[in-house]
Design a protein around this ligand. Structure first.
Ligand code: C2E
Ligand code: MG
Ligand code: MG
Ligand code: MG
Length: 288
């Protein structure tokens, strides 16, 4: 199609593709150096009891503080890391760092950590998790690994075995981004998830759109009959919370309760005595 529309366009097209590829390569190389130079950081978003608002846990979310590009969001570098395999190393760093930090939280709240499809498919995730738990001293039942459907469809038998091994360690396993995969229902039937996280896409319009409301409603009914707890992601308004409580959803996570927090903000949020020089400063938004 580009060919038919003229030389200039071909040329432009090629350059831009080339530029994109080079940009990806540059990021891929910088990622390796960045990890060694300590440019990666975890921030933590609280998860709350829908009715009381009480904090029940935190999800670790990866950030890259790039020296010249500034803060690179995960959607810009995780797909690259997944493509070139670096996600294995990065994911291991996330797991170690998150467990190490959570073991020093003032309160023994749950820690949710995202696991990329490759981490489940390759390597030995159960052994890594076991080792990280031993090194950090984090109680296994405090750790919840978030897995997306794309992480389990490639090789279902293998994924099932890995999930069973993880659960045998006492670790919880959650299905992340529920509803965005193509066979969420059968996935639920096959895999012994401890929690379902309904994707933000359905929560966005849950209070205003009948289709979203119907999907969320039926997911909650299904999960209740399967005895699986549900958490709604991306809750931003009181109307959404009201709807979710009415529909029987007991856990929420979203900007309504707070944006992801730096470690210092998390400490302040869960009541660690502040170091003398500490001053409350806004992070990604600062609310807690
Ligand atoms: P996720 O695991 O579904 O994480 C939730 C994402 O939704 C986070 O984006 C969070 O900041 C955002 N979010 C939470 N509440 C709200 C809300 O009320 N409104 C809106 N608009 N957004 C909200 P983030 O941190 O940019 O992460 C995006 C995705 O990147 C994550 O989606 C996850 O798939 C991936 N990711 C992040 N950290 C890691 C990691 O350590 N390892 C792996 N493998 N993936 C990660
Ligand atoms: Mg997640
Ligand atoms: Mg999610
Ligand atoms: Mg997501």
């Amino acid at each position: 199609r580009a060919k038919a529309s003229g030389t200039n366009e071909i040329c432009f097209y090629d350059i831009s593709m080339d530029r994109q590829a080079r940009e990806r390569n540059a990021l891929a190389m910088e990622m390796r150096e960045g990890l060694e130079r300590g440019e990666f950081e975890l921030v933590y978003q609280q998860q709350n009891n829908a009715k009381s608002g009480e904090v029940i846990g935190f999800e670790a979310l990866l950030r890259w503080n790039h020296p010249s590009r500034g803060r690179v969001p995960p959607c810009d570098f995780i797909p690259i890391a997944e493509k070139n395999g670096f996600i294995m190393k990065l994911g291991e760093w996330v797991l170690r760092e998150a467990c190490r930090e959570a073991s020093t939280w003032r309160r023994p709240l749950r820690l949710a950590v995202n696991v990329a499809p490759q981490q489940l498919a390759k390597g030995n995730l159960p052994r890594l998790v076991e080792e990280v738990l031993a090194d950090s001293g984090l109680a296994p039942q405090r750790l919840e690994l978030e897995i997306t459907e794309s992480g389990i469809i490639a090789d279902q038998q293998n994924a099932l075995q890995i999930i069973r091994q993880l659960k045998a360690l006492g670790v919880k396993v959650a299905m992340d981004d529920y509803g965005t995969g193509y066979s969420s229902l059968s996935t639920l039937q096959l895999f012994p998830f401890d929690k379902i996280k309904i994707d933000r896409a359905f929560i966005d319009q849950v209070a205003t759109n009948r289709q979203s409301a119907a999907i969320v409603h039926s997911t909650l009914i299904l999960a209740a009959s399967l005895d699986i707890p549900v958490l709604a992601e991306g809750v931003e308004s009181a109307e959404q919370i009201e709807f979710l409580i009415g529909a029987g959803c007991e856990r929420v996570q979203g900007f309504y309760y707070g944006k992801p927090l730096s470690r210092a903000q998390l400490d302040a949020c869960i009541g660690l005595p502040l170091p003398p020089a500490f001053e409350a400063r806004p992070g990604e938004d600062g609310s807690c």
